[in-house]
Ligand binder design. Structure first.
Ligand SMILES: [Zn+2]
Length: 409
C-alpha cells in the first residue's frame, strides 16, 4: 500500500463509530433469547452490527473474530425504560441542583459518566424521562462515539397548564426532538402522590401526543391518578405505588404498559440520605414516605404479576447514586415480589423493547436484531443475582466490555 493509500485507510477507519466490519461469532453454551426461551451450544453470528444468524454448534465463517462466552450466560442487552442520566452527585457529594456552581460542561461530563456506568452494567437501551440535556447525550452516543446506552428521551416533563397550552407544549416537544412525552399526573411519593392534573388536562396531553405519533408516560401514584391516565388514553403508567386491583385490571384491559419500581429508587435515596437531605422535598417526611413505600411497592408488583394480561415493563427510575445498579430491581422483583426469574428477564428485554416500539429490532437474540448482547457470570434463571455480574457487553455489534471468563481464559 503506498503512503497516500495508507493515509486514506487510516482516515477512513470507523474508529469507535459504527460496527466492527469483520463478522464476530459469539460462542455460547447457554443463551436466553429474551422471549422466555433458552438456546444451548450456539454460535451467534454478528455482521455489520446485527445478528445475521444463530447456528447450532461452532460456526466459524472465514475471517470471523471468535468470542468465546461458553461457561457464562448470554442474553440480550437489558433495557431500563425509566432513568435520569443527568442526575448526579457533585464533587461536594451533594445532589446536583442548578446554582450549586457546576458548569454546563461539568453537568454533561457527569451525565456521560452515568451513561457509561449504565452501559457497562449491561443496559444497552434506556429511556430518560427526562431533561433537555438528554438530547445532546442521546445524539453524541448515537453518532459521535460517546460510549453509552441507546437513549430515548422525553426531554422536559409536562407539569400543567390549560388544555390548549398543553397541546402546544406537546407539539413543541416533538419539534425539539422528544421520543416520548412525560407527564406528571400526581404529586411525588414524598408529598403523598395525590392527583395533580385534571382529567381534561390529561386528555389534552395524551390526545395530542397520540395525534403527533408520540407515546405518553405518566407519573401517577394514587389510584385515582392512575385511573385518570388510563381513561385519558395515555400509553404507560409509572410508579403506581397506591394502585388497587381495580386499576391493575383496568390497565390490563386497555393495554396500558405498567412500570412499577420494586425498591432500587427508594433504597438508593435512603442509602444516600446525606447526599439529598435538605434539598426540596428530600426531608424527614419524604424519607419516611419512601421507607413506607418499599413494602407497598413489592406488594403492588406481586399483585401486578398475578393480574392476567397486564404488560409490566422494566424501569428503575435510576437517579443520582443508582446509575450502573439498574439490575437491582430485577433482583428485588424475584426475591421480594416473587416474579419468576425468566419473566423478570423478559420484562427487561423483549417486553420493554415492545413498549418503546422497538420490539422488531431490540430486546431479543434473533436473526436480524441489533447485536446488543451481554453475558453474565452464572445463571440468572437459577440465581437472579447473576445479573450483577455482567462481564461482557456488546452494543450494536461493538464490544464495549469483556472482562474474560470467570477464573481467567
Ligand atoms: Zn423518574
Amino acid at each position: 500500500m503506498n503512503r497516500m493509500l495508507r493515509a486514506l485507510a487510516v482516515a477512513t477507519i470507523p474508529a469507535v463509530l459504527g460496527a466492527q466490519d469483520a463478522p464476530v461469532v459469539i460462542r455460547a453454551s447457554a443463551a436466553l433469547d429474551g422471549r422466555g426461551g433458552t438456546l444451548t451450544n450456539v454460535s451467534i453470528v454478528v455482521v455489520h452490527g446485527r445478528i445475521d444468524r444463530i447456528e447450532a454448534g461452532d460456526a466459524a465463517p472465514a475471517g470471523a473474530r471468535i468470542v468465546d462466552l461458553r461457561g457464562r450466560t448470554v442474553l440480550p442487552g437489558l433495557i431500563d425504560v425509566h432513568v435520569h442520566p443527568t442526575w448526579y452527585f457533585n464533587r461536594q457529594g451533594r445532589f446536583h441542583t442548578r446554582g450549586d456552581g457546576d458548569t454546563p460542561v461539568q453537568e454533561m461530563l457527569a451525565a456521560s459518566a452515568n451513561a457509561y456506568a449504565t452501559l457497562a452494567a449491561g443496559f444497552t437501551t434506556v429511556q430518560s424521562i427526562g431533561s433537555l440535556e438528554d438530547r445532546d447525550l442521546r445524539d453524541w452516543i448515537a453518532t459521535q462515539g460517546l460510549p453509552g446506552p441507546r437513549i430515548l428521551t422525553s426531554l422536559q416533563p409536562i407539569m400543567g397548564g390549560e388544555p390548549d397550552q398543553l397541546r402546544e407544549i406537546v407539539r413543541e416537544r416533538k419539534q425539539q426532538g422528544a421520543d416520548v412525552i412525560k407527564i406528571f399526573a400526581s404529586a411525588s411519593i414524598r408529598d403523598g402522590g395525590k392527583q395533580t392534573m385534571t382529567d381534561a388536562q390529561l386528555a389534552a396531553v395524551c390526545g395530542e401526543a397520540k395525534a403527533q405519533g408520540l407515546r405518553t408516560i405518566v407519573h401517577a401514584h394514587s389510584a385515582e391518578s392512575v385511573r385518570a391516565a388510563v381513561n385519558a388514553g395515555c400509553t404507560q403508567v409509572e410508579h403506581g405505588v397506591f394502585v388497587t386491583q381495580a386499576e391493575l385490571d383496568l390497565m390490563a384491559a386497555k393495554g396500558v404498559w405498567f412500570d412499577p419500581q420494586c425498591s432500587l429508587v427508594f433504597r438508593n435515596y435512603l442509602d444516600h440520605r446525606a447526599n439529598y437531605d435538605g434539598i426540596g422535598n428530600y426531608n424527614a417526611e419524604g424519607f419516611a414516605a419512601m421507607e413506607r413505600a418499599i413494602p407497598l411497592a413489592a406488594e403492588g408488583i406481586r399483585k401486578a404479576i398475578a393480574t392476567k394480561g397486564l404488560k409490566m415493563v422494566y424501569g428503575t427510575d435510576a437517579v443520582a447514586g443508582a446509575h450502573g445498579r439498574n439490575a437491582e430491581d430485577l433482583v428485588c422483583r424475584v426475591q421480594s415480589a416473587g416474579q419468576r426469574p425468566m419473566d423478570a428477564i423478559v420484562s427487561a428485554t423483549s417486553l420493554s423493547a415492545q413498549s418503546l416500539d422497538l420490539g422488531a429490532s431490540l430486546g431479543a437474540l434473533a436473526k436480524g436484531y441489533d447485536a446488543d448482547i451481554i453475558a453474565v457470570d452464572g445463571d440468572p434463571v437459577r440465581d437472579i443475582t447473576a445479573l450483577r455480574r455482567v462481564s461482557f457487553v456488546m452494543k450494536g455489534g461493538r464490544i464495549v466490555r469483556d472482562d474474560g471468563r470467570p477464573g481467567g481464559k
